[in-house]
Design a protein around this ligand. Structure first.
Ligand code: 5AD
Ligand code: SF4
Length: 446
């Protein structure tokens, strides 16, 4: 082969990424893929043909963390077969366990915490390493940007804030993701405009405590989250804005007003309450009462009557009594959630609640079951209430049948629509005609 030919045909290496856990990890995986793209890696969906396997992990509950080790066990034969295969562990387990991962699983070459991703390319070049520092620089600014022409799917995530200072007694996030840091307005707007120029029409702003975002504005003065949303809404070509996850104590007036005034802000709010018992909320260090949460819900619904509320719950927190559990069920009945995630409490090393005696496991299981039954019935009812309504739907991909498209409604339900003329990225009005267990069907509105 001539020199010229070898220059024009660079060897592309293949990168396989598996993402566990929250949307912040989904965003980080995308950014890591872009960073490794600049190193000549292209993404593959097939783990067996990869030159590098990256596991982007979650540490929130024990089960999530243990998944990493069972996946690494399954990777062993592949590594034996291909000794040049690089195996990397990123994300929150990398942060929490660091070198311990390599001790337990020597097949792991790279361990990189969530604040050190921009150093991943250099680590990959070096071949082996561990980096779980919290560098002072903004990691997002040090990650290479994709080529300008690279198209993106119509809905994208944008991390505006990292870390958490709330220290809920059960939660590892303040330790794995570090202190709360808000990115400045100028960088967020630049990234949002860049996404829109690549075909993005819906942006979900991400942060562990996103409604507590407070960043430096263009004139050096501090902005709140409501103002940030209004500024993003001015971007032409962007149609929808969402955000997650929020803390009840950071639901400022200007954010509630944005829900009232800003049509691009979707009528959907994930506002975790965790428990409906005041004594458990106190033990969890949530710093608000049931009554404060209910009054907040009332104010939000007054501003935006058609808003859908969702939440997270933990059952079986240390000290939880039957009465505490009944109080949680009562709160769920009173609020009526569109959907909710509920988890059995999982003691996490290093958190304040870790040493507290756990409640009986069978009792916790039964409570989880009871709560989930109630939440599922509310979810069904919320979905069925969409039938007959006309909603916006952003098409994200073609459906299984010819001529069919699948998109997300204003309320994040998947909606199937016969729309042979439509394209991915179209935002259309759809009349909902049918509610299936996990999706809706509808027809294009006149
Ligand atoms: N055990 C069970 N669930 C937890 N969550 C966070 N930490 C724990 C834990 N130790 C849940 C909370 C949080 C969601 C992301 O995960 O409900 O809102
Ligand atoms: Fe964890 Fe959320 Fe509490 Fe922060 S606010 S400690 S992320 S549950």
């Amino acid at each position: 082969m001539s020199d010229e030919a070898s220059k024009t045909a660079p060897v592309m290496k293949k990168l396989f990424i598996k993402t566990y856990g929250c949307q912040m990890n989904v965003y980080d995986s995308q950014r890591m893929a872009e960073a490794m793209g600049a190193e000549g890696y292209v993404l593959t969906e097939n783990q067996a043909e990869a030159d590098m396997v990256l596991l982007n992990t979650c540490h929130i509950r024990e089960k999530a963390a243990e998944k990493l080790y069972s996946d690494l066990g399954r990777l062993k034969p592949l590594k034996l077969e291909k000794p040049d295969l690089k195996i990397g562990v990123a994300g929150c387990v990398a942060q929490a366990e660091g070198e311990e991962i390599q001790r337990r699983m020597p097949i792991v070459d790279l361990v990189v915490g969530p604040q050190a991703y921009h150093r991943l390319p250099a680590m990959a070049r070096a071949g082996r390493g561990v980096d779980t520092e919290f560098p002072a620089e903004d990691k997002f600014e040090h990650l290479p940007k994709p080529a300008a022409a690279t198209r993106r799917a119509p809905a994208a995530f944008l991390t505006v804030q990292e870390g958490c200072d709330k220290f809920c007694a059960f939660c590892v996030v303040p330790y794995t993701r570090g202190a709360e840091v808000s990115r400045p307005v100028s960088r967020i707007l630049a990234e949002a405009r860049d996404l829109v120029s690549r075909g993005v029409r819906e942006i979900t702003l991400l942060g562990q405590n996103v409604n507590g975002w407070h960043g430096e504005g263009p004139e050096g003065r501090e902005w709140g989250f409501g103002r940030l949303i209004r500024a993003i809404a001015e971007i032409e070509g962007l149609d929808r804005i969402r955000y997650t996850t929020s803390h009840p104590n950071d639901m400022a007036d200007d954010l509630i007003e944005a829900h009232r005034d800003e049509p691009k802000l979707m009528p959907y709010l994930h506002l975790p309450v965790q428990s409906g018992s005041n004594s458990i909320l106190k033990a969890m260090n949530r710093r608000h009462t049931v009554d404060q949460y209910l009054r907040l819900v009332e104010r939000i619904r007054k501003a935006r009557p058609d808003i859908m509320l969702t939440s997270d719950f933990i059952v079986g927190f240390p000290g939880e009594t039957d009465q505490d559990h009944r109080d949680t069920l009562a709160l769920v009945r009173e609020v009526n959630f569109g959907t909710a995630f509920s988890f059995k409490y999982s003691p996490r090393p290093g958190t304040p609640a870790y040493e507290r005696p756990c409640i009986d496991d069978a009792v916790a299981d039964a409570r989880l079951q009871e709560l989930q039954t109630l939440l599922t019935s509310q979810q069904r009812a919320a979905q069925e209430s969409m039938v007959g309504r006309e909603l916006g739907v952003l098409f994200e991909k073609p459906g299984r049948n010819p001529g069919q498209m699948v998109g997300k409604s204003d309320y994040l339900h998947a909606v199937f629509v016969e729309a042979p003329e439509a394209r991915v990225g179209d935002l259309v009005r759809v009349r909902i005609t049918y509610s299936a267990p996990n999706s809706l069907a509808g027809e294009l509105a006149a």
